[in-house]
Design a protein around this ligand. Sequence first.
Ligand code: PRP
Ligand code: URA
Length: 289
Amino acid sequence: MSSPHARCKPSDGLIRRARSKRTIPAPEVVVSRAAAKQSPRPYRAEIASELLSSQWPFLGARPASQIGNPLAFGMHTTSDFPALAITRHPLIQHKLTILRDRSTPTKIFKELVDEIAMLMAYETTSDLPLEPTPVETPLEPASGWRVSGKKMTLVPILRAGLGMVEGILRLVPSARVGHIGLYRNHETLEPVDYYFKVPGDASERQFFVLDPMLATGGSAAVAVASLKRAGATDIRFMCLVAAPEGVRRLTAAHPDIKIYCASLDRELNEQGYILPGLGDAGDRLFGTR
Ligand code: PRP
Ligand code: URA
């Protein structure tokens, strides 16, 4: 009869004993065979996916890993929008629902945007390159890892993108912050730009453009074009709620851009608001309604 336990070794393989400096095999970690076979995450994600797809047609997404999309670990994508990765993390979905609630007050709204952005950043940075680095523990020299590659720069689209900055900076305190000022003309729905400031060495940086809402996609497309004019070549767009119209427009204008969101909603209404959406993100964030 086979043992109910699976034996796994830490990937490191070997450890060093501090005092003797003698190399010894790493201890085996015993885990239950059932646990080794079955991680709860895909199971929960699948249920969430089913529930959501029964509500909104565009939410019938599959795990990115299942359809060979290398966008991000733990995120989902759809065959309609291969450049889009949708996070299904239960905490993010829970918080997003409170964010949508019309009775959520400004203070809580602000805190939730901050928390969701931080949680999303954990996922959207999961493919950052690492390089080995030596470290001195209190016991002995060891080797560890540090994030390598291009320097990260956050670029909130004013105003509402500002609400996403602090949460991400808590995870990546060394990131720089640029700003792009845009607002939508209420009649034409086209963006009007009024401010642009990013670090000078744009070609050496990885940019994360931040805006809670991707509606018609006009603001995002103009923001990305401005960054490209400044020399940027590595750009990702992070939003909380996206409309299919916006994803289509941004992808058509900039097929090289990866887009991350917490929800792909149903559609836009005649005024260019996302349905079901969460209303006017800037007004709800800053209490200006
Ligand atoms: C909102 C939102 C996006 C834009 C999205 O900003 O924060 O920037 O609309 O719409 P689009 O995809 O159709 O361009 P808004 O223009 O209301 O400005 P604000 O953040 O200053 O309120
Ligand atoms: N901008 C917002 O703030 N909300 C929307 O639904 C669309 C654009």
